[in-house]
Ligand binder design. Structure first.
Ligand code: SAM
Length: 233
C-alpha cells in the first residue's frame, strides 16, 4: 500500500522531463496566464524574500524574480528532486543563479525559521499535500507578520462548463499523458486529485483555520482554477 506522498513522488519523478510541455498542451497555454495572475496578486517588491512552495520546474519563481529586479531572493521548495533539478537547469538557462535557493522538502515540514518570508506562493501544489491543513499552518509559521500568502489551485468549474470539462479531463488528459509522457497513470492521478479537491469557499475556510487573515479568492476561467490569498497579521 502506497502512501499519498509516495504516489505523488512517483508521479512527479515520472513526468518531470516533459512537465512543461504537458502543461502547455493540457491547458492550451493558459497556465502561463494563471501564474502571471498569481504573481501579480502576491505584491512582490524588490528586496523581499519569497518562498515558492511546490516550485516544480520554477515557472512561478522566474516570474517572481522579474519583480525582485535583482534585489532579494526566492527559495524554491519541492520534495521532488527531479522537478527541482529541472528548475535549476531552467533558471541557469535564464541566467539566474544568484538569489535562487533550493530546498528539497515537503511543504508540511519546512526547514525554514519562523518569520522568514515576506511572501509565500504556491501554484498547483497544495492539492498534492498529504495534509493540506498542516501545510498551510507550516507556511503561516514561515511567513513574516505582515506577509502575504497566495495560492493558485484547480477549483470547481461553473455547471455550464462541467460536461465539456469532464469529457476533457477523463478522456483527453490521460490520453495526452500516454502519448506525450508514456504514462497514463500519472495523468489519471492528476484528474482524480482535482476531483477530490475543495471548492473555493471550502479552501478559504481551511486557510482561516490555518491562521490566515483577510482571506479572499477569485475564480478564473469559469472556475477551472481559483486564486486564493491571505495575510499573516
Ligand atoms: N508550481 C509548479 C507549477 O505550477 O508549474 C509545479 C506544480 S506541480 C503540479 C506540483 C508540485 O508539487 C510538484 O513539483 C510536486 O513535487 C510538489 N509537491 C508534491 N507534494 C508536495 C508537498 N507535500 N509539499 C510541497 N510540494 C509538493
Amino acid at each position: 500500500m502506497h502512501t499519498k506522498a509516495q504516489e505523488v513522488a512517483r508521479v512527479f519523478a515520472s513526468v518531470a522531463a516533459r512537465y512543461d510541455l504537458m502543461n502547455d498542451l493540457m491547458s492550451w497555454g493558459l497556465h502561463r496566464l494563471w501564474k502571471r495572475e498569481l504573481v501579480a496578486a502576491a505584491f512582490v517588491r524588490p528586496g523581499m524574500t519569497v518562498v515558492d512552495v511546490a516550485a516544480g520546474t520554477g515557472d512561478v519563481a522566474r516570474l517572481i524574480r522579474r519583480r525582485l529586479q535583482g534585489k532579494g531572493s526566492v527559495i524554491l521548495v519541492d520534495p521532488s528532486a527531479p522537478m527541482l533539478t529541472e528548475a535549476v537547469a531552467r533558471n541557469a538557462d535564464a541566467g539566474w543563479v544568484q538569489g535562487a535557493h533550493y530546498l528539497i522538502s515537503q511543504g508540511e515540514a519546512l526547514a525554514l525559521r519562523e518569520e522568514t518570508a515576506d511572501r509565500i506562493t504556491i501554484a498547483f501544489g497544495l492539492r498534492n499535500f498529504a495534509d493540506p491543513l498542516a501545510g498551510l499552518k507550516e507556511m503561516h509559521r514561515v511567513l513574516k507578520t505582515g506577509g502575504r500568502f497566495v495560492c493558485l489551485e484547480f477549483s470547481r468549474p461553473a455547471s455550464l462548463l462541467r460536461p465539456a470539462y469532464d469529457l476533457y479531463s477523463f478522456f483527453v488528459i490521460p490520453t495526452l499523458g500516454e502519448a506525450v509522457v508514456g504514462d497514463r497513470a500519472s495523468y489519471d492521478y492528476l484528474v482524480r486529485s482535482i476531483r477530490g479537491w475543495y471548492d473555493a469557499p471550502q479552501l478559504a475556510r481551511i486557510m482561516e483555520r490555518a491562521g490566515f487573515a483577510r482571506v479572499g479568492w477569485r475564480r478564473m476561467t469559469g472556475g477551472i482554477v481559483a486564486l486564493h490569498w491571505g495575510w499573516k497579521l
